[in-house]
Design a protein around this ligand. Structure first.
Ligand SMILES: Cc1cc2nc3c(=O)[nH]c(=O)nc-3n(C[C@H](O)[C@H](O)[C@H](O)COP(=O)(O)OP(=O)(O)OC[C@H]3O[C@@H](n4cnc5c(N)ncnc54)[C@H](O)[C@@H]3O)c2cc1C
Length: 312
């Protein structure tokens, strides 16, 4: 049975690996040009992966991807799913590939598209035209390219303040601008308050943002200021946009928080449709959680196939 796995992060790679051992044929569809997922650009030391002390997400998922690419798994990179419909035998996926339109038939689908950093439409437009506007904390440019710079960080949570401290230690000056009150851990707040390079502002809502040469001009009612870099740390949302291309009767239910709803076996309410990793709600989203859920989804597909709950 062909299992279409959408997303080649830890959940998708793990699911594909497990499918092989259960006699299933995985075909992985990845919109990017490499496997590994969000952590491929996380340079911070990983916190939750036992057996990898001090290693970054970049190193860990790089190693996983190196293993994954040796497996006999078909991976369609730079490919998007344009539409998903059903027929008597299962699912029909219309794919946009670099070589044109293709059709893939699959007995099961696993959604493993992870999460995406949140930003307003205005900020996304700015990020499209300037590499100095970075959305979310998972970017190697934060480590490699920002030195001796004036940085505006939008957001008031842990990621915003953690990055303000990280950048201050590397000779940058930062303004952290929280729309409301700071919600970051008390320890981060206390450390930021001790650093003269970090300015903290609550109730801080820019009126406008635009490019000024290579810099970013930000307008508040009381002042206009130019920054070398703009980091947007507004948190994350499950990456469920993929569901919009599913036929209405094949769309899975979502939780109140917008995650794909699954049972303990990673099954959605649609027979043959599973989800794993950060697209589902989890008490602790992480690489090990995603790996375990990808494995569980493959096991569930095998079980459901044997029990005749889904086609062969
Ligand atoms: C700031 C931050 C720090 C973190 N630190 C840690 C840590 O230290 N240790 C740890 O274990 N975890 C950490 N995590 C959590 C970890 O990143 C995730 O739990 C993990 O990456 C989830 O894996 P995934 O496979 O579900 O999703 P992802 O890693 O997000 O992978 C999803 C994949 O799907 C692809 N994709 C998305 N949409 C589509 C589409 N429409 N079509 C095709 N492909 C698509 C993406 O390109 C990507 O390759 C951190 C997360 C954040 C945000």
């Amino acid at each position: 049975m062909i299992v279409a796995i959408i997303g080649a992060g830890p959940a998708g790679m793990s699911c594909a690996n497990a499918c092989l051992s259960f006699g299933l044929t995985p075909v992985v569809i990845e919109r990017g040009d490499h496997a590994g997922g969000a952590q491929r650009t996380n340079f911070h030391p990983n916190l939750w992966m036992l057996g990898a002390p001090g290693e970054s997400g970049e190193a860990i998922t790089g190693r996983m991807a190196a293993h994954y690419t040796t497996l006999p798994v078909t991976t369609r990179y730079r490919t998007r799913v344009a539409a998903v419909t059903g027929d008597a035998e299962g699912f029909v996926l219309a794919l946009d590939t670099p070589d044109g339109a293709e059709t893939l038939r699959a007995g099961a689908i696993v959604l493993a598209t992870g999460m995406r950093a949140h930003a307003t439409a205005e900020l996304r437009r700015l990020a499209e035209v300037s590499p100095r506007v970075i959305i979310g904390p998972l970017s190697l440019a934060i480590r490699d390219d920002i030195h001796g710079a004036e940085v505006l960080i939008l957001g008031g949570g842990d990621n915003a303040l953690d990055h303000a401290l990280f950048l201050a230690e590397r000779g940058n000056r930062g303004l952290v601008c929280a729309r409301g009150a700071f919600s970051a851990r008390a320890g981060f707040l206390a450390s930021c308050r001790q650093r003269p390079e970090i300015e903290l502002r609550e109730g801080c809502v820019p009126r406008g943002m635009m490019l000024a040469g290579e810099r970013i001009r930000v307008v508040w009612p009381e002042e206009t200021r130019d920054f070398d870099w703009l980091l947007v740390m507004y948190g994350y949302r499950p990456n469920t946009g993929i569901i919009e291309c599913f036929a209405p009767d094949l769309r899975p239910a979502l939780t109140a928080g917008g995650h794909v709803e699954v049972d303990a076996w990673q099954r959605t309410r649609i027979p043959g449709l599973y989800a794993a990793g950060d697209i589902t709600d989890s008490p602790q989203p992480s690489i090990p959680t995603a790996i375990a859920q990808g494995l569980a989804a493959a096991r569930a597909i095998e079980r459901d196939r044997q029990a005749g709950r889904i086609g062969d």
